[in-house]
Design a protein. Structure first.
Length: 269
């Protein structure tokens, strides 16, 4: 029976991997991690700049909040170019994952790590917070939404170097952005336009990197199960606090919540 469960789990994982595209952050992060060629292609197309020279790129980079109890973030792609500009690229299937205030928060987390002690604020480099969303979350049908700060009283840009960009993953135009979004939706490398992307997708879905991709899917399943457990625990604690008029500590003590779980739940209460 146990062997059958393992085989069934393996089949399920294989099916999930087969159905993945670059709109799945696990695959996207792996394809772009350390992949200078693919990252340069992505940034050049989205930002319409041919002179971008990427010098580093990492996938699934976690940034911890400098505030005790603050919210940490996990970045799908964090890249830096030869001029010092920083780029955070996120893929999101659901609109809520690309909330406009998340863009603000992620951007601030990037900025807070650019300057070292003693550096002048004028040395702060440009940063780009970029979301590639599977749907057109703003509903105007255009391929790219670029957001910069402006002076309200005069028609002039407030050039603080902070840029937010949303890419409409549902855009199907016959141009570079349309082909890029086509490739992001492809489940097989052979159907893709850009070889810079197809090479990575083929490696992680069909060749030597598939085992690593399967392991990532299994870990993601474990994370989802743990998240569901904690969310259920959080709901029970809140219900007890409300019904008994207890503090969070009293409710968790009554429920015999472990110290490790307490530390996590207190951030949400």
């Amino acid at each position: 029976m146990a062997g059958e469960e393992i085989r069934q789990d393996t089949r399920t994982v294989d099916q999930i991997v087969d159905g993945m595209s670059l709109f799945d952050d696990d695959l996207m992060s792996m394809v772009f991690d350390g992949n200078i060629e693919a990252t340069e292609l992505l940034l050049k197309i989205i930002l319409k700049k041919d002179d971008i020279q990427v010098i580093s790129v990492v996938g699934q980079r976690e940034l911890q909040s400098p505030v005790v109890g603050g919210r940490d973030i996990r970045l799908d792609i964090l890249a830096k170019d030869s001029t010092g500009k920083h780029y955070n690229v996120e893929v999101q299937k659901k609109p809520e994952g690309a909330h406009i205030r998340r863009a603000r928060y992620n951007s601030s987390m990037m900025d807070s790590r650019m300057l070292k002690a003693g550096q002048e604020f004028s040395e702060l480099q440009d940063s780009y917070m970029m979301f590639i969303t599977q749907t057109d979350i703003f509903g105007h049908g255009i391929p790219i939404y670029t957001i910069n700060r402006y002076f309200e009283e005069i028609d002039d840009i407030f050039d603080d170097g902070s840029h937010i960009v949303y890419v409409n993953g549902n855009y199907k135009g016959d141009d570079t952005v349309g082909r890029l979004m086509h490739d992001f939706g492809c489940k097989q490398a052979k159907d893709m336009y850009y070889p810079e992307l197809a090479k990575g997708v083929k490696h992680f879905k069909e060749e030597g990197g598939r085992e690593r991709m399967c392991e990532a899917v299994e870990k993601y399943g474990d994370r989802r199960a743990e998240s569901a457990r904690l969310n259920n625990l959080l709901e029970n604690v809140r219900n007890l606090m409300e019904s008994m008029k207890w503090s969070a500590e009293q409710a968790m003590s009554a429920m015999k919540v472990s110290d490790a779980d307490k530390a996590v739940l207190l951030k949400e209460l």
